[in-house]
Design a protein around this ligand. Sequence first.
Ligand code: SF4
Length: 311
Amino acid sequence: MKKEFAATILNWYASNKRALPWRSNPTPYHVLISEIMLQQTQVPRVIEKFKEFITLFPTLQHLAHASKAEVIHAWSGLGYNRRALLLHQFAKVVVAKHQGIIPKTVAELQHLPGIGPYTTGAILSFAYNLPAPAVDVNVRRMYQRYFNGLDQGLPMGVAEEKKLYALVKSTIPDHKSREFHNALMDFGSLLCTRDTPRCGNCPLQQSCKFFPRFRKNKTNALFQSEKRKESGVKENGRFIPNRIFRGKIVEFVRRNDGKTVALPVLGKAIKQDYSSPERTWLLQLCTKLQHEGLITFSCQGSSIRLFLAKD
Ligand code: SF4
């Protein structure tokens, strides 16, 4: 079953692969940048930003020697700006402690800033072609469905997680980890998708343990996840999470670095119906961004002076 799974996925990939810029020259640095960008951002947006970023910072050394503000500027449009800081720290540590070479062992990678188990596996498999499982939500979902007949559900316990990693590892074909993982990513994004798996077009349909359940009752078979509750406020009557407003503040500071503005000017720039009773909320958002190391600010009376983070 495992051999059939891997061979079918690779065969499907041979005629369905996506042309992605980081795949044409998968250096460890290119893999790192693309993986960090892809963590929270859709592929089409990453394609555009990846090229820009690599042009601005062609090597890990260029990135390590850039200022924080330059990296935050370059991250514009990608959201979740903390990723830019972690990436920058990663580059600095690799230059300082690993002679600028991104390590190729789990032991070394896992101690680097911003690197979790998925990114470790992704660097080892995509960059170094080593048989290390890179298990993201797509991969987890596909394996759970195909091998266990379950849709992806709630977070797994440690023992289950270990079992899943061992299963993925056991399916990686010899010397083809990079190609196989690329194939898994595309299969999970294009065919075995979360809400509308295209089982009718799937070459694994005959042996997939999930397919009979899905065919019987599509709605019941698919796991319905509860929406994560985020803190936020209403804008024009519509609930918006605070992280969106925080992203807009960083965007505002990118354009107004070092300037002093009236608090309502900042408020209106990030929230159309901002009013002065929301001053405390606005300053709380700025304070959180300051704690995260993205901006610094000082507030006097009804004015605020904002800077992108300094090194
Ligand atoms: S048959 Fe459906 S659920 Fe099974 S692997 Fe294919 S797309 Fe996914």
